[in-house]
Structure formats: structure tokens, C-alpha cells
Ligand binder design. Sequence first.
Ligand SMILES: [Zn+2]
Ligand SMILES: [Zn+2]
Length: 146
Amino acid sequence: MSHEGIRFLSREEQERLDREERRAAALSRDALTPAKVRVLKTEGTGMEIDWADGHTSHWSFQWLRNACPCASCVEDRKNLGLEPGQARPKPAQVLQMFEAPARPASAHAVGRYAIQFNWQDGHSSGIYSWDFLRRNCQCPVCKGTS
Ligand SMILES: [Zn+2]
Ligand SMILES: [Zn+2]
């Protein structure tokens, strides 16, 4: 029996694909409708969304900043091989410097489908759709690490 031309997926790849498929299939309209959005600006701890399907998601501001979905950040991450939310590697000398944690100066809804942050570093072009956020829910269940 020949398996020529068939690329076998590693266990990790297969698990990731299965998870994405499950997640895509499972996302109902309610799963993409936020019932309540809390941007914890004062606390600096990030954003929480209670979805209409009863699920709750939380993202740190650092994650959100590193997951900026604007075209130039997406391109940047692609070039560096980073996932949304993954911090970019820093040169060693920069590591010593204090870096203020990411925080939005403000946040506002974009239509009925997204939220936009004005980050304190001046960047504000990313529009975070509910769909993008829900698909990147960081809870152990959605991430498949529970
Ligand atoms: Zn960006
Ligand atoms: Zn989740």
C-alpha cells in the first residue's frame, strides 16, 4: 500500500484542525452576539465579554494588543510566524528596558459587529470583530487545554 502524495499531519496539527472545525461548527448566532462587554480600563486587566449563548471570554490587553487585526499587524505577524496574541520576540538589549503594559486610552463599538481600541502607544487601526474575538477565546475549553 502506497501513501504517495498524502501528507500526514502531525498529531498536533490534526488536533488543531479538529478543534478549529469543532469550533467553527459550534458557533451559533448567539455565540457571536455579545450580551455584555466590559473593558476593564481602570483595572488594566483586559476585556471581558458575556456572550448571548452564556459563554464568557476574557482577553488581557497585552493579548489584544498583540492580536491587532489591522492589515499591517497581520502582515507583521505573518512575517514573524506569530499567532494572534503572541508577543513578538525582542532583541536582547530591549529586554532590560521597562515596557509599559499595553492599555487602551479608549475603546468604542464599531457598528454592531466590532470594537476598536485606541492604544496608549498611539495605534488604533485594529477593528476587533465579535467573530474574531470569539474564535480567539482564551478560556481553557475553547483553547482545548482543559
Ligand atoms: Zn495593528
Ligand atoms: Zn471560551
